[in-house]
Design a protein around this ligand. Structure first.
Ligand code: F3S
Length: 83
């Protein structure tokens, strides 16, 4: 939103991840796969410049295993924007 500042926080529902790896291809600076082929979040706080990549990764995950919450400066708490 215009004038709103804050950071975004990535969370993974590990039980849903099936190792498709699309997230790591789309946003390799934020996601990787572990030795078992499960997603690893490299940085759970997402700078604004990477938000579009994270949103694309979320939409591309066939298991809907990735979530993003925006944390506002107001201290009102996280506001889920993708589940
Ligand atoms: Fe897992 Fe989805 Fe990424 S299934 S490896 S979180 S594309």
């Amino acid at each position: 939103m215009e004038g709103e500042s804050g950071v975004a926080h990535v969370t993974i529902n590990g039980g849903k991840c099936q190792g498709h790896g699309r997230c790591a291809l789309i946003a390799p600076n934020l996601f990787d796969l572990d030795d078992a082929g499960q997603v690893l979040v490299l940085r759970d706080s997402v700078p604004g410049a990477d938000l579009l990549d994270v949103e694309e990764a979320i939409l591309s995950c066939p298991e809907q295993a990735i979530a993003l919450a925006r944390l506002t400066v107001s201290g009102a708490g996280p506001t889920p924007c993708f589940t």
